[in-house]
Design a protein around this ligand. Sequence first.
Ligand SMILES: [Fe+2]
Length: 381
Amino acid sequence: MTKSGHHASPAGPTWIKGQDAWRTISPPSNPANQLEYYLLLPLAFLRPCAQESFAVKLGFTNSAGNKTSHTQGMANEDILTILEQRLALLDARQRLGIGKDHQSQLFDRLEKLAWSPILIRTILRTMGLYRRGISNAAKVTLRHNYIVSAHLPKAFDGFDIVQLSDLHVEMNAAAMERVVDLLGEAHFDVCVLTGDYRGGTNGRYDTTLAGMARVRESLKGPIYGVLGDHDTICMVPGLEAMGIRILLNESVIIERSSQRIHLGGIGDAHFQGMENIEKAAAAIPHDEFSILISHTPEVYRQAAHVGFNVLLSGHTHGGQICLPGGIPITLNSALPRSMGSGAWKYHGMIGYTSVGAGSSIIPVRFNCPPEITLHHLHVSS
Ligand SMILES: [Fe+2]
């Protein structure tokens, strides 16, 4: 039985290649879900590790109705100068260099696997599932999560944090409009963004920044973020110019009624290897309540043992294309599947993995509704 309550049916299991090893999946016992299971099953044999390099340019505009250019036109030297104000020179050079290497490696992968999105799209169209997948991906929901801890300062009882993850803003305009609508109705004290603002993984990012500017208009209060494996350090000046403070292995203090908690954030640990949890935690007293934001939950061991009380993350998309019952075909992560979406615990650390509001590769979802998450903090009795 899986975390989602799925039982094996008499039809028996099928072996598929999981993240680290072969595993079995079984058709649902509910006959109504069995057709979709068998239609989606062939996708379990595709390993969609390439990211779409030709993200749809939907032309988000800023509030003045003009296309925004942000920092796209800047030379690396100009961006380096801005980043030097935020980081040590060598750190900035290292991040720019690794980002450049990252892009060239991805080009190699894309050349080999560029057919993946096309193939998946073709399969879904052939099966008559593509339009339903597009529609599913636009139905972003507001999901509530309760973080209850005895370590939380009393002043933060009732404190609300909204989390946006994996927006991939250029990929699905309808989903982003839904995000904006949901944010307009929600009440929260702080906003955290757990990365993957960009749809593609290389090239231009002006459309991404323009899309982020549109979402940012709906955000209230302090906004903190981290970069994901789709993002580039070159986006940091543009995001920070919007008032989104990107935590680059750093931490900040959040105060309320003379009490405080700490919020740390790290670079992408999934592909770019830019995380430094020790550095992010360096200024946090061990006995004070702390939250780490990371694009990927794969850092759960390090985060727990460094002493963070909470880890908020995304990256997995919850599988994005799941079998009935919410069973992910792949999580693109090295971690227990129980940590692939929603709330979980590891030792004393409270974890949450957002399935994200957007989608990557192709803008479809099955059995895995997109979300923005409202975390309600409470002191345990
Ligand atoms: Fe993502």
